[in-house]
Design a protein around this ligand. Structure first.
Ligand code: ATP
Length: 353
C-alpha cells in the first residue's frame, strides 16, 4: 500500500461538483504535483488532504491510518501557502518554533530544532528578525521551516512560489526540492505553472475540471500526453489541421504537403480533417537530416531568450513555434524572410479528442 492514499475523492460545493472521483497513491518520499488551470480543483484536493475542507465522499489515508474525518491538527501534516501566512508579531525563530510550542515541547528542544531548521533553509542568522524585515523569498523559506519543524508525515505546498518574482522563484524551486530530498518527506505541490511542475516533480497529476486527466513522470506527461487537454496545457504545442488521404496507412496532407505518418489512424475516414500536434523543439529551421517533412513559410516572430531563440513561422496561415539554440556567430533570420521548416513524421502526435 502507498504511503498516502486518496481514493474516490469527491467534493461538492452546493450542487457544484468541483472534485470528481479523484484517485492518487503516493509513495513515501515522493514529490507529486497537482497541475492545472485556475479553478480545476487542485487547491480543494490539497485542503481535503490537510483537513481544512471536508470531503463529500471518498477516503484519505496516511501511512495506513484513515485520516478522512480527522481534524487538521490530528493529521500531522505541514502546509505552506502562497501568502506565507507568517505571524507578523512573532520573530522568525518564534514563527518556526510555534508548532512545537503549541505541542508543549521543552524549550531546549525547540531551540535546537529551530536552529536546525534555520540552517536547513539557509537563514541561520535571521532568527531575531520579524517577517516585515524579510524579502518575499526569505519569508517563504521561513514558512517552509515552520511547516517542517514539527516533523510532519506529509508536506503540502499550495502555490508557494506564485507571489515571488521570476529569479527567486526559480532558485527557490531548487532549494525546496533539495530540502524535500534531504528530509525524504512525502510532498504534494499545487501549481498552475507547468515548468514548475515538470522541473520539480517525481510525478505530475494534470487536472482539468475536477478530474485527474493524466498522472505520470514529467518525461511521460510531456512526451506522451493521452488527451488533447494535457497535450496543450503541458508545454507549448503547435497544432496543424491535416486532411486524411488514407486512414489505414496514415497518409495525410497538411495544406499542399503530403505526409506519411506510417501508423493507422483509428476511427478516421478519408477526407476527414484531423489535428496533428508537435513540440517546438522537434521543428528545425532549414533542412535537417532525418527530418524529411518540409513545410515552407514566412518568419512572423523572433523572440531572443538568451540560450534559446523562439521563432514563429507562418505556414499557410498557421503559426508554428520552434526553438533553436543560440549560436553566437549566427544572428537569427529577419522577420518576413521566407524559410523552410523540417520535421520527422514520428514527432507528429495525432490528437484524438
Ligand atoms: P486556483 O489556482 O485558482 O486556486 P484551483 O484549481 O486550486 O484554482 P479550487 O480553488 O480548488 O481550484 O476551486 C475549484 C472550484 O471550486 C472553483 O470553481 C471554485 O470557485 C470552487 N470553490 C472553491 N472553494 C469554494 C467554496 N468554499 N465555496 C464554493 N465554491 C468553492
Amino acid at each position: 500500500m502507498a504511503f498516502l492514499n486518496i481514493e474516490h475523492l469527491e467534493k461538492f460545493f452546493g450542487t457544484n461538483r468541483v472534485v470528481k472521483d479523484f484517485n492518487l497513491a503516493i509513495d513515501q518520499g515522493e514529490f507529486v504535483s497537482l497541475l492545472g488551470p485556475s479553478g480545476c480543483g487542485k487547491t480543494t484536493v490539497l485542503r481535503m488532504v490537510a483537513g481544512f475542507e471536508t470531503t463529500s465522499s471518498g477516503a484519505i489515508s496516511i501511512d495506513g491510518q484513515d485520516v478522512t474525518h480527522l481534524r487538521p491538527n490530528q493529521r500531522n501534516i505541514g502546509m505552506v501557502f502562497q501568502s506565507y501566512a507568517l505571524f507578523p508579531n512573532l520573530t522568525v525563530a518564534q514563527n518556526v518554533g510555534f508548532g512545537m510550542r503549541v505541542a508543549g515541547r521543552p524549550k531546549s528542544e525547540i531551540k535546537a530544532r529551530v536552529d536546525e531548521m534555520l540552517r536547513l533553509i539557509g537563514l541561520p542568522k535571521l532568527g531575531n528578525r520579524y517577517p516585515f524585515q524579510l524579502s518575499g523569498g526569505q519569508q517563504q523559506r521561513v514558512a517552509l521551516a515552520r511547516a517542517l519543524a514539527v516533523q510532519p508525515r506529509v508536506l503540502l505546498l499550495d502555490e508557494p512560489l506564485s507571489a515571488l518574482d521570476a529569479k527567486i522563484r526559480v532558485s527557490l524551486r531548487d532549494e525546496i526540492r533539495e530540502i524535500q530530498r534531504e528530509l525524504g518527506i512525502t510532498t504534494i505541490f499545487v501549481t498552475h505553472d507547468q515548468e514548475e511542475a515538470l522541473s520539480m516533480s517525481d510525478r505530475v497529476v494534470v487536472m482539468n475540471g475536477g478530474v485527474a486527466e493524466q498522472t505520470g513522470a514529467p518525461f511521460e506527461i510531456y512526451n506522451h500526453p493521452t488527451t488533447r487537454f494535457v497535450a496543450q496545457f503541458v508545454g507549448t504545442l503547435n497544432t496543424l489541421s491535416a486532411t486524411v488521404v488514407d486512414a489505414k496507412t496514415g497518409r495525410v496532407t497538411v495544406g499542399e504537403t503530403p505526409i506519411a505518418l506510417n501508423r493507422p489512424l483509428a476511427g478516421a475516414t478519408t477526407g476527414e480533417t484531423i489535428n496533428l500536434a508537435l513540440r517546438p523543439e522537434v521543428v528545425s529551421l532549414g533542412r535537417k537530416e532525418g527530418r524529411d517533412t518540409i513545410l515552407a513559410g514566412r518568419l512572423a516572430e523572433v523572440h531572443f531568450l538568451g540560450s534559446t531563440i523562439r521563432m514563429r513561422v507562418d505556414v499557410g496561415g498557421t503559426l508554428i513555434s520552434l526553438d533553436t539554440f543560440n549560436t553566437p556567430d549566427t544572428p537569427p533570420p529577419r522577420i518576413g524572410e521566407a524559410v523552410e521548416l523540417s520535421l520527422a513524421e514520428r514527432d507528429l502526435l495525432v490528437l484524438t479528442d
